[in-house]
Design a binder for this molecule. Structure first.
Ligand code: GRF
Length: 217
């Protein structure tokens, strides 16, 4: 049974917030209940404020342990009662208890074609490996870092002459397409996880959709 109530999300950021912005600008059938950052100076907070979105900072440096920070963050999120927690450039590793608490209702975007290049410096590593295809992945969050059921991927070519910046920019442009796309499917209750694999049900035909891969020119 599909619920008729509009779903709400809380977006977590640490910096620039361009993915957050792409989500807000996509005018999805979702309510952005709050944007929460672990850094008061995250550039993205200004944009969220301008848009009238509730903004909070929970500075990880104010907590003695990761567990204490995670607990405060979880409490802040739960106050907004979101259907989904959206990690958008949130640069803190979240503990297992936190991830378990939000199991199945937390999603992330990672700048590589997972399971290749989990962790940091994905574009540099892609160049060092000489891969010819790179990209980004939207996935549900599980306790292992940058791993979990894949909702959508965008693939881009690695071109001769690319450096970290040009490759990052090419990938980021696609991140701004797939994250709103994935969240629209969530809003429409079209995401089904079966045996660890995400399918997007086609709301019209009731069958399976294969549009989970975007290929950039
Ligand atoms: C993006 O590349 C995202 O994939 C990664 O961190 C970066 C955040 O960028 N997790 P922004 O803050 O959304 O501009």
């Amino acid at each position: 049974m599909k619920s008729t109530a509009i779903k709400s999300i809380v977006i977590l950021i640490s910096g620039r917030g361009s993915n957050m912005r792409s989500i807000v600008e996509a005018r999805l059938p979702l309510r952005v209940a709050a944007v929460i950052s672990n850094r008061a100076d995250a550039a993205g907070l200004g944009y969220a404020r301008e848009k009238g979105i509730a903004v909070e900072t929970i500075d990880h440096r104010g907590f003695p342990t990761r567990e204490a920070f995670d607990a405060a963050l979880a409490a802040a999120i739960e106050r907004h009662r979101p259907d989904l927690v959206v990690l958008a450039g949130f640069m803190r590793i979240l503990g297992d208890a936190f991830v378990a608490r939000f199991a199945g209702r937390m999603i992330n975007i990672h700048p590589s074609l997972l399971p290749m290049f989990p962790g940091l410096h994905t574009h540099r590593r892609a160049l060092e490996e000489g891969v010819k295809v790179h990209g980004a992945t939207v996935h549900f969050v599980t306790p292992s870092l940058d791993h979990g059921p894949i909702v959508a991927q965008a693939a881009v070519p690695v071109l001769p002459g690319d450096d970290e910046q040009t490759l990052a920019a090419r990938v980021l442009a696609q991140e701004h397409r797939i994250y709103p796309m994935a969240l629209r499917w969530f809003a429409e209750e079209r995401l089904v996880i079966r045996d660890g694999v995400v399918r997007v049900t086609d709301s019209k035909a009731g069958g399976d959709d294969t549009a989970q891969l975007l290929m950039a020119p």
